[in-house]
Write a protein of this length. Structure first.
Ligand SMILES: Nc1ncnc2c1ncn2[C@@H]1O[C@H](COP(=O)(O)OP(=O)(O)O)[C@@H](O)[C@H]1O
Ligand SMILES: [Mg+2]
Length: 233
């Protein structure tokens, strides 16, 4: 059985008489340990799908099997536990706590899970040992994103979800950040999903899922994911 099985997932948002269908009848499977890229233009429904996989939102209909358990049927309390224990998030704008140091931002996350990674080791994994005592405002965008990655992987998530992680970064820094995500995933055997609207970045995935207008256009296994060194955009 695949690690993730999304079956006929639809997510509608209703306000008054208006209904927006953000995800329409999505189905796909992801193997454990894979890096998956989700590619699509703005408004296609990428973040909605990522939020559903991360237990931040629930579908209007359909099943979301994670390791055989349908999280679409979870109660609010079960979703909280799932988010805490199983999922790491990396967002476009880092979302660090500004009055905590890099180290403290990572500690906060490791403290809410049992069996968390060592904080110093995690900062080293993302190459930030020297900046542990700095506050977010004292760090560059790329460094802040690396803190966010450290925070996400510190709790040893089964699933690492990254929503446009390089969207606010320049080319060179963006590439470094993708490498850190890839390395961290490999070393921790984590299943990773990276949302992007950049088709070059999408080629780093073991599986490339294209979404357009709320629907899946294609699900393409990539037997030879493009190494980051060879990706240019
Ligand atoms: N909480 C929400 N309430 C109402 N509409 C939403 C909400 N979240 C997303 N949408 C709508 O769903 C569609 C897909 O949004 P989103 O998943 O954010 O796309 P993407 O991440 O691909 O840019 C958009 O039309 C958006 O306006
Ligand atoms: Mg989005």
């Amino acid at each position: 059985m695949a690690y993730i099985e999304v079956r006929h997932v639809t997510r509608e948002f209703r306000s008054g008489t208006q209904t927006t269908v953000a995800n329409r009848d999505l189905s796909f499977e992801v193997e454990r340990g894979n890096v998956v890229t989700i590619l699509g233009p703005s408004g296609a429904g990428k973040s909605t799908l990522l939020n559903i996989l991360g237990g931040m939102d629930t579908p209007t209909s359909g099943e979301v099997l994670i390791d055989g358990t349908d999280i679409a049927k979870f109660s609010t309390k079960q979703l909280t536990t799932y988010r805490r224990q199983a999922v790491g998030f990396v967002f476009q704008f880092y979302n660090l706590i500004s009055n905590l140091t890099a180290r403290e931002n990572v500690e906060l996350s490791s403290q809410i899970t049992q069996d968390a990674r060592d904080v110093s080791e995690t900062l080293e994994l993302v190459g930030l040992s020297q900046r542990a005592q700095n506050f977010p405002a004292q760090l560059s965008g790329g460094e802040q994103q690396r803190v966010a990655i450290a925070r996400a992987v510190a709790k040893k998530p089964k699933l690492l979800l990254c929503d446009e992680p390089t969207g606010a970064l320049d080319y060179k820094t963006g590439k470094q950040v993708l490498r850190v995500i890839q390395d961290a995933a490999q070393q921790t055997q984590t299943t990773v999903i990276i949302v992007t609207h950049n088709s070059a970045i999408a080629q780093m995935g073991d599986l490339v899922i294209r979404i357009n207008d709320a629907q899946i256009q294609s699900v393409t296994p990539n037997a030879h994911p493009t190494p980051l060194d060879e990706i240019t955009w």
